[in-house]
Design a protein around this ligand. Structure first.
Ligand code: GDP
Length: 456
């Protein structure tokens, strides 16, 4: 029995592949972004700013089997069912690398349109935790340097006291014992989790926060140590594990996944950071600079070797969850992210890919309205809270000048002077699906145009 031509075309062997990386720290919105992007590419009624969709050149989009047999498939159907089911809820976030392949059929345009037939493009969307990118800075450090750096900043960070007390009680002459090693690693991990929740981004090693299938393995059972413990039995074993973490965990990730990416979107929960306060904003900016460093490796470094001549061509930094703000405030959110990106670029001395900053909501969970407050009309948003109640909400006025936030953040301020910025956890809105339309969003189509539009 023969295979129909459709099937052969569907397999699309030999068609060009564009790999789009989606990253961001935990809870930045990666899972929601990919789910909504795919749904909105399959049903393109809300994708006006994606030019190929608007002018009809994008004829068809369909899901393909995941081409890499050893990488988990992004569980699109389950996440979409969570977001758009009768009781919509947020899906579970990213815990490891996953991937999904979409195929796009494009009609040629312009002078040659009569001569050429349609062409296919495969879009491989690769989802990975931003925490893993931040591990890049570990690669240039040895265990002693990393320990010194981490221990210096630890006293000011949440949840560190128990860990500091535990290493204070360690005896440099004691034999190595696995339960103690685990105890230290657990306390250090507990601190990392607390620091992450309080908005700190530079929490390494990143796999301690999102261990995936490596949970409990020796490569993830170490912790930073002060100089007097480095040469004892514990110190020597932790140094070995640290090196193993670099060579067996960090390096393979960059070699197998990161090195193959063509376009990248970095999702940043700017509103969440502003809500946490100046330290979280400053820390987010530093994390952005670190992420940029990964995309412009030095010529001689190990990463440059892995990447060869391959380069990411476009990087979009997207401030997510913009549906927490009335649209009149979106330009200010964009301006803040743009200023953070500019500072991050300066700091990373970045001259690589084309970069852009944008405020988006992958899934719009709110509607807009004005609310009266102390004789004033405030532009607000309304949505369903996680407990089912409806609420209208004004997050606080973002400043027109981003410097009003970024300057005190850089100066080490611990709280905002004038304002408080609130945040609310809205649930996805029910009943928003319309035939031919994907889920409602804010500027997801513009994000797609920047990321892949030139290849359509
Ligand atoms: P991940 O850890 O980066 O995969 O993050 P998720 O995609 O799981 O998103 C984390 C949480 O952020 C979700 O559970 C939602 O509460 C919220 N969120 C993500 N995207 C949006 C959005 O577009 N609008 C709103 N209102 N909330 C969002």
């Amino acid at each position: 029995m023969g295979i129909g031509s459709d099937v052969i075309e569907g397999l699309g062997l030999g068609d060009p592949v564009l790999r789009l990386g989606v990253t961001g720290l935990s809870r930045a919105g990666k899972t929601v972004f990919i789910t909504s992007l795919v749904a909105n590419l399959l049903e393109r009624g809300r994708m006006h700013a994606l030019r190929a969709a608007a002018d009809g050149r994008l004829k068809a989009v369909w899901l393909q089997p995941q081409p890499d047999d050893t990488i988990p498939r992004f569980d699109y159907e389950r996440h979409l069912a969570a977001l758009t089911g009768p009781q919509p809820r947020w899906p579970e976030g990213t815990r490891h690398v996953s991937q999904l392949r979409l195929s796009l059929r494009l009609e040629p345009s312009g002078l040659l349109s009569g001569l050429r037939g349609p062409r296919n493009l495969h879009l491989d969307i690769v989802d990975y935790p931003g925490e893993w990118l931040l591990d890049l800075r570990l690669m240039e450090r040895d265990f002693a340097q990393w320990s010194t750096e981490v221990l210096e900043r630890l006293p000011n960070r949440p949840g560190a006291q128990a860990f500091l007390a535990a290493i204070g009680a360690e005896d440099s002459g004691a034999p190595f014992a696995e339960p103690r090693a685990q105890g230290l690693a657990d306390l250090y991990t507990a601190h990392l989790i607390a620091a992450r929740e309080a908005g700190w981004a530079d929490c390494t090693p990143g796999r301690f926060l999102i261990p995936g299938e490596l949970e409990g393995s020796p490569a993830l059972t170490f912790a930073p140590l002060p100089p007097h413990l480095l040469d004892g039995k514990l110190g020597r074993e932790f140094r070995r594990r640290f090196e193993s973490y670099k060579s067996r965990v960090v390096r393979p990730f960059f070699r197998d996944h990161f090195s193959r990416i063509d376009r990248q979107v970095v999702l940043v929960d700017v509103l969440g950071a502003i809500h946490q306060g100046p330290q979280a904003v400053e820390d987010t900016r530093r994390a952005m600079a670190d992420i940029l460093t990964a995309f412009r490796p030095g010529r001689a470094g190990w990463l440059a070797q892995i990447l060869g001549t391959r380069r990411v061509e476009r990087i979009l930094f997207a401030a997510t969850k913009a549906d927490h703000l009335h649209h009149v405030q979106h330009p200010r959110l964009t301006a803040i992210l743009t200023a953070m990106l500019r500072e991050a670029r300066d700091r990373a001395d970045f001259q690589g890919a084309r970069t852009e900053a944008m405020a988006i909501a992958a899934l719009r969970a709110t509607t807009e309205e004005m609310i009266a407050h102390q004789g004033e009309d405030l532009p607000a948003v309304r949505g369903r809270l996680l407990d089912g109640r409806q609420a209208a909400f004004h997050a606080g006025d973002l400043p027109a000048d981003p410097g009003q936030l970024l300057h005190p953040a850089r100066q080490g301020a611990t709280a905002w002077l004038d304002d408080d910025y609130a945040i609310m956890n809205f649930a996805p809105a029910p009943g928003t699906a319309r035939p031919g339309d994907g889920p409602p969003h804010v500027r997801l189509d513009r994000a797609a145009e920047f990321l892949i539009g030139d290849r359509l």
